[in-house]
Design a protein around this ligand. Structure first.
Ligand code: 5GP
Ligand code: MN
Length: 346
């Protein structure tokens, strides 16, 4: 199966870009998920195998269920080590931006990123990449995950043979998490070709699944149950749902990052529901509500995210924010659902 994604010219460019760089910073988006983490750590393994000095720098914390990822402890967090992270960006000769389509997706780390004198490589699967002056942009919105793209790049550059089990586990993790355990956005046969190859590296795919998806604390389990039973609004006729979670509730349930990961998918299990919206107050900042949207079939939740929540994303998985109170966010969510009533009812 031909899984190469670059033209020969692009592959040569990438090879040159790497060859000419010794200090490489790899970064992912704010609130890194399994794909961002897997891609960054997997790509780091590749660069290290070439003898490069490569460091993963992320804007903030990653969820507890990703702590098992090999070398995750070496990640430099911008929010905790601003000085060190800024210095790494300043001294880098190559910055690799993985799993995000625009510099502002790293939030507070944006300035450090854009003021780096380094060349920039982008590898991503979100729509509309917007990086000025990147040396090479590998943007494939049709791909399941950035990890899939990283695998295909490594394959094309001849790095597969030296891929270790740990490295393969990072790649598998991102492919698995961005497709909900291969339940959506995962019909391309190439995905299963890649999985077959990763299995030859003896990854324990069942354990990876359990590490990621069966890793709740009892508080998280109760919190998720509480939200589904007490906080879910189901607009039956409009085939849409939303729930809003306040900071107070997060405190009550001893919330830590990752506890509500993926919960927004849950209401889609209700027969007929086409769109689910999650609204969650920021744990620190007032007047900031984080929004996650999920949809099924051809309903474009990324359009809703763009029009109502200053965000965007994929057709069926997108996000954004409301600069306002949780009550404001609820009003906007209702407004958005009613505005899309015709399409939702179809
Ligand atoms: P999540 O709900 O997991 O935070 O985000 C779902 C998807 O939407 C992810 O692929 C994420 O990258 C994308 N997304 C989340 N927030 C934003 C945003 O503010 N802008 C854009 N363009 N995409 C977003
Ligand atoms: Mn991704």
């Amino acid at each position: 199966m031909d899984i190469n994604i670059l033209t020969d010219t692009e592959a040569a460019m990438l090879q040159e870009l790497i060859a000419a760089s010794n200090h490489i910073v790899i970064c992912g988006h704010k609130s890194p998920d399994g794909d961002a983490m897997g891609a960054c750590l997997g790509w780091r393994e590749y660069l290290c195998s070439l003898g490069k000095d490569a460091v993963v720098v992320l804007p903030d914390a990653y969820p507890d269920f990703l702590h098992w990822l090999p070398n995750s402890e070496k990640v430099v967090r911008f929010d905790k080590n601003q000085e060190r992270a800024t210095k790494l960006f300043q001294e880098a000769d190559l910055v690799c931006c993985l799993d995000f389509n625009a510099p502002n997706r790293v939030e507070d780390m944006e300035k450090a990123l854009v003021s780096s004198p380094a060349k920039v490589l982008v590898v991503d699967h979100h729509l509309q990449p917007s990086f000025d002056d990147a040396s090479l942009v590998v943007s494939r919105p049709e791909a399941s995950s950035t990890c899939e793209l990283i695998f295909r790049l490594v394959w094309q550059l001849g790095g597969f043979e030296s891929m270790s089990r740990k490295w393969a586990s990072c790649i598998y993790c991102g492919m698995m998490t961005d497709t909900g355990g291969f339940t959506y956005n995962s019909t391309d046969p190439i995905i299963y070709f890649i999985i077959g190859e990763l299995l030859t590296k003896h990854i324990d795919k069942d354990k990876i699944y359990r590490n990621v998806f069966n890793n709740y604390s009892s508080w998280a389990m109760r919190f998720r149950g509480y939200i589904m039973s007490q906080k879910l609004n189901v607009l039956d006729d409009l085939h849409a749902t939303f729930y809003a979670v306040s900071r107070r509730e997060m405190e009550d349930f001893h919330f830590i990052k990752g506890d509500l990961e993926g919960l927004v998918n849950e209401p889609l299990r209700i027969k007929g529901v086409k769109m689910s919206i999650s609204l969650r107050e920021d744990v620190e900042r007032d007047n900031l509500v984080w929004v996650s949207l999920r949809s099924v079939d051809d309903f474009p939740c990324n359009k809703v995210a763009q029009e109502y929540f200053e965000g965007g994303g994929h057709l069926n998985a997108s996000g954004g924010r409301v600069n306002g109170t949780i009550a404001d966010a609820i009003e906007i969510a209702k407004k958005a659902i009613y505005a899309y009533a015709e399409l939702l009812k179809k």
